[in-house]
Design a protein around this ligand. Sequence first.
Ligand SMILES: [Zn+2]
Length: 389
Amino acid sequence: MRRLLTALLASTALLGGAADAQIKAKKPEAPPAVSKADKAAHDKYLTLDTHLDTPTHFARPGWNITDRHEVEHDFSQVDLPRMNEGGLDGGFFVIYTGQGDLTAAGYEYARNYALRRAIEIREMLAGTKTGFELALTSDDARRINKAGKKFAFVSMENSWPLGEDLTLLTTFHREGLRMAGPVHFRNNQLADSSTDPKGKIWNGYSPLGLRWLAEANRLGIVIDVSHASDDVVDQSVALSKVPIIASHSGPKAVYDHPRNLDDARIADNDGDQPIDAAIEEGGPAARFSTLPVKAIVAALIEAGLPASVSLTAGSFVCNHVAYLVGGAVERNPGLRGGFIHVPATPDLVPPGSSVPTMTLDELERGIRLAIMTAVRTTTDARVPGGSIH
Ligand SMILES: [Zn+2]
């Protein structure tokens, strides 16, 4: 594997997994050109995005959805000016909670966290009277759109915050909740996740999860199977009295992305080009980073270094290294590991190239800061950081 990319420089010692920090280069990508005909066709439709992670920004001091932001600066993807520009009429604003402990304390933390997020969504709506309005039905969406405003549905990604108290679903329904997914990256009290490295524990829904599904049906909350295991998807289809949704999923046949796999687009200098080869025979499908990647990203941005959370380490060299680091961490209690992508330095790209770069000084500063943050932070920041699901 001599074609080790320069991007790996300095990063392999520290670093892998299903959530990585990514030190991003500074050049924002130019938006692709849209023809007038395409724009006109798009404008004719009522458009919605079924998964808007934006509520994570609502409580940030000084962050306002009516202002324009840049994803490169604060990794926010949606605000009113950009919705207008992109022709997005509304969508589901998500109450997302990253999976934690299935204990009384864990449930209490998650419940409070999710309730606060629900309130923040309502506060955003109340604070931008001319911009957005809460939608509870599809008729609402049409009416709000006609009135020149953006419609905002509320959804829940990961129903861990409900704990074992399904009456909370009514509480959230009263706050506007109209779509909910049972589970996120890891199995919880309700259902199996599609990505828990420990594999399934419930073979689909748990007994409580089955009651959750029935209660969501009864209240009129759409079941969202994104992040859920295949068994959960099958059981949802079989048991739900109304259609379900995968609000942000991709078909496996088009983009299958197990982590325990080497798949090289080009051969390396030794002519080695593995295709769909297991990195570790019998190894788990995925291994997760144990670094506080979100705290690292926040520290990098604070220091003026563009960075974001990445959910993929590529399909060959980076993923291979990331996966093996994860294995080393598993075998050595107390060790922590993760993966950081870094951009090339300017001298490595041809003059005039549009490939984004970062100086060696900046890279060194970024990696030092990432290490220091990892050393100082034992519990990662509880903020969603994903940009591509
Ligand atoms: Zn997601």
